[in-house]
Design a binder for this molecule. Structure first.
Ligand code: SAH
Length: 343
């Protein structure tokens, strides 16, 4: 049996065509599942009995199972799912004025080992399948109340560019006009900058967010060991090579950590590095956790850092993480794995 949430519309068309059905049947089925929310072929009333029977023998609608749903004071919801093999996947839903952003995971654990990130501390467990990435959306959807799902960010557990094939397919399903209809302008992939994987994902023209976190190579290597393989300058060169493609700008994420990368001198290095690059800078004050010794920056230092960039005509915003009180902030996902190990 195939998990329905693993296949793209093109693949479904191909499968049905091979079985002697018309391709447009795939469009009808896709609309039922992704737009009408129906997960039962018997209820797809515009299909023939013959086709219904074939589909029932071929597909199931397995979704990650919600194990816990934790509400933050700020209105966000953190979902803990259990996958088929019992592993835990986390997503965070962030409503604002009737619109919601959903932060999805792409892997269980992560290979990148960033020194400041809880998920990095877990190590790598496995890639999420397409159906587990898309499945987070399908499983959360019934819990959204009146708010509309407008934005998706691939910023949860894992490194999207290290699970490229599945992430690309998941994006295709999310963007499909006959499916989830999420516009590429509202779909953001956040990456440490694995340039080779990034190049492939970028062909889908989604919004890019690149985690820089330091403008000095040595500091970045300490925080993000992947900098040895894909150094800062390669990452910036890639973004420069994109030139002006008429689409919105690349975002650079910069986690500010006290005494490590939060001085005005650091801001100066960053401004120098990004000179002439069409971009936005998101400053993210570090979220502390019991699993790393780093500290959050002083508010005053964040303000000065931001002012330095603003004065040099950069777009720089301070992004306060949401759901921190429930362990759902940036870099906090997967805490449960480390708690279990301590016991
Ligand atoms: N692997 C991807 C996506 C997951 S991390 C990436 O690195 O971009 C999403 C963002 O959270 C990254 O910008 C990361 O630098 C940031 N982050 C990680 N740990 C954090 C923490 N403890 N506090 C604040 N931001 C953190």
């Amino acid at each position: 049996m195939i998990n329905f949430f693993d296949i793209t519309l093109r693949e479904l068309e191909g499968l049905l065509e091979n079985l002697g059905f018309k391709r447009y049947r795939a469009h009808q089925i896709y609309k039922w599942v992704y737009q009408a929310g129906v997960q039962d072929f018997d209820r797809m009333t515009n299909l023939s009995k013959d086709l219904m029977a074939t589909l029932k023998g071929m597909f199931h609608f397995g979704l990650p199972v919600i194990q816990e749903k934790v509400a933050s004071k700020d209105g966000s919801l953190k979902f803990l799912f259990s996958a088929e093999d019992g592993h835990v996947v986390e997503s965070v839903l962030m409503p604002e004025n009737g619109k919601s952003t959903l932060c999805l995971s792409t892997q269980i654990g992560c290979k990148m080992s960033c020194a400041f990130c809880v998920t990095g501390r877990i190590g790598f467990i496995r890639d999420l399948r397409v159906s587990e990435i898309v499945g987070q959306i399908m499983a959360v959807r019934p819990h959204m109340g009146d708010s509309r799902l407008t934005n998706i960010v691939l910023m949860g557990m894992g490194e999207p560019c290290d699970n490229v094939e599945n992430v690309i397919k998941a994006i295709e399903i999310m963007e499909e006009p006959l499916g989830l209809k999420i516009s590429r302008r509202r779909l953001t992939v956040s990456t440490v900058g694995l340039v080779d994987g990034l190049r492939l994902i970028d062909q889908r023209k989604v919004q890019l967010a690149i985690s820089l976190n330091a403008a000095n190579g040595q500091v970045r290597t300490k925080l993000m060991p992947i900098n040895r393989v894909y150094p800062l300058h390669d990452v910036i060169a890639y973004v420069r090579s994109l030139g002006d493609m008429g689409r919105t700008r690349v975002t650079f994420e910069y986690v500010m950590i006290k005494g490590i990368n939060d001085s005005v001198e650091d801001a100066r290095l960053l401004a120098e590095l990004l000179k002439g690059v069409k971009c936005k800078v998101n400053l993210i004050p570090y979220n502390e956790s019991p699993y790393a010794d780093f500290k959050s920056p002083a508010e005053e230092d964040v303000r000065q850092f931001q002012s330095y960039l603003l004065n040099r005509h950069f777009t720089a915003i301070v992004r306060d993480s949401r759901a921190i009180d429930v362990g759902g902030g940036c870099g906090q996902l997967g805490m449960r794995y480390l708690q279990d190990r301590r016991r």
